[in-house]
Design a binder for this molecule. Structure first.
Ligand SMILES: [Zn+2]
Length: 342
């Protein structure tokens, strides 16, 4: 890979300084690895960093820090139309409108075929495989063949919630890049630099996830939704079974698109986990660490009502939601099952 040691970078990543430095150094020295595995829960910035890495590799602008964001390559990458940039995502089944059960083998075979073709622009081919943990064994084996027989000037980036969700045969052939939660102070200054109002509150609510902070700061409805989600949660755990469903209907609306539903459910669970964590902090005299500082009164009230055992039991049930969602169980059924058992 050619060296571009004189290049400056224009990444603007929130936190992850070591990862950013590591990847930029690889670009500068021309030592990019054939395959990277970015691991960590959603919202930490894996996809964002991957997008900067990809655009920097393909950017054609020699005058500006990379990625310049304005050259035709940068534009094509941003629009998903770059001829040497391939993406593999969970696809929507056109007949049912539902997401496919993970990444299917034909997608990986198709990727292999594309990577074997010559490049169309500057000699690099880049592939981004999102939700790589959703590959079954056959699909993983197809990917393994690509990793075992690398094509020149190819960089493949896999995104996964956790390294352990992938077969070791795959992860051992990748440079593993682990994304960890970002310090609240880093998220706060990132938001402040963008003139975000309430940056302190949003940074605490994001709980280490810059993606959540950015969503909250861009979307007032989402921020208001946090309050509704938390209020609803405390009402649900006190209510009888019939009322629980009525309350749940008021805090989450289901879309035709299951992909949107999964995201709404994850968001709701994140809010509930954080609220319970806050209650535990108050109970253990660590009020200064509470995330939802604007709902302190409500949280204190709950700290009087809920005991540690009850909180831990609920948290365990909420954590299971993630597993069910990975098994492609309908989001609405997952939530119904949870609120019956709270
Ligand atoms: Zn560019």
């Amino acid at each position: 890979m050619k060296q571009i040691s004189s290049r400056q970078f224009n990444w603007d990543v929130c936190g992850h300084d070591k990862i950013v430095h590591f990847l930029q150094s690889a670009i500068l020295s021309g030592n990019l690895t054939q395959a990277y595995l970015f691991s960590g829960p959603s919202g930490l910035g894996k996809k964002f960093v991957a997008s900067k890495l990809i655009a920097s590799i393909l950017c054609q602008n020699l005058e500006k820090p990379v990625p310049c964001g304005v050259c035709s390559s940068c534009q094509q990458v941003a629009n998903g139309l770059h001829p040497d940039f391939y993406t593999v995502n969970q696809e929507i089944n056109e007949k049912t409108g539902k997401l496919s059960r993970g990444i299917i083998i034909d997608q990986i075979r198709n990727l292999k075929y594309k990577l074997q073709q010559g490049t169309l622009l500057n000699g690099y081919k880049v592939a981004l495989i999102s939700d790589a943990h959703l590959m079954n064994l056959n699909t993983s084996n197809a990917l393994l063949k690509i990793l075992e027989e690398p094509t020149s000037n190819t960089v493949i980036i896999l995104l996964a919630d956790d390294v352990s969700y992938l077969p070791q045969t795959i992860s051992s052939r990748c440079q593993i890049v682990r994304f960890l939660p970002v310090a609240t102070s880093d998220i706060k200054s990132y938001l402040e630099n963008r003139g975000v109002f309430d940056s302190g509150l949003i940074a605490r609510q994001a709980n280490g996830r810059p993606g959540v902070a950015i969503d909250l700061s861009n979307n007032k409805e989402l921020a208001d939704g946090v309050k509704n989600n938390i209020d609803g949660f405390f009402k649900i755990i006190e209510a009888d079974l019939n009322s629980r469903f009525e309350i749940a209907d008021k805090i989450i609306s289901w879309d035709k698109d299951e992909y949107i539903n999964i995201s709404s459910l994850n968001n709701l669970m994140h809010n509930w986990q954080l609220a319970l964590r806050d209650v535990m902090l108050i109970k253990s005299d660590n009020e200064q660490l509470v995330s939802n500082i604007n709902y302190l009164d409500k949280l204190k009230e709950q700290a009087e009502i809920l005991d540690f055992l009850k909180i831990k039991t609920i948290l365990r049930k909420i954590n299971q939601v993630d597993d069910y969602a990975k098994h492609n169980i309908n989001s609405k059924s997952i939530l119904e099952n949870l609120i019956i058992n709270l």
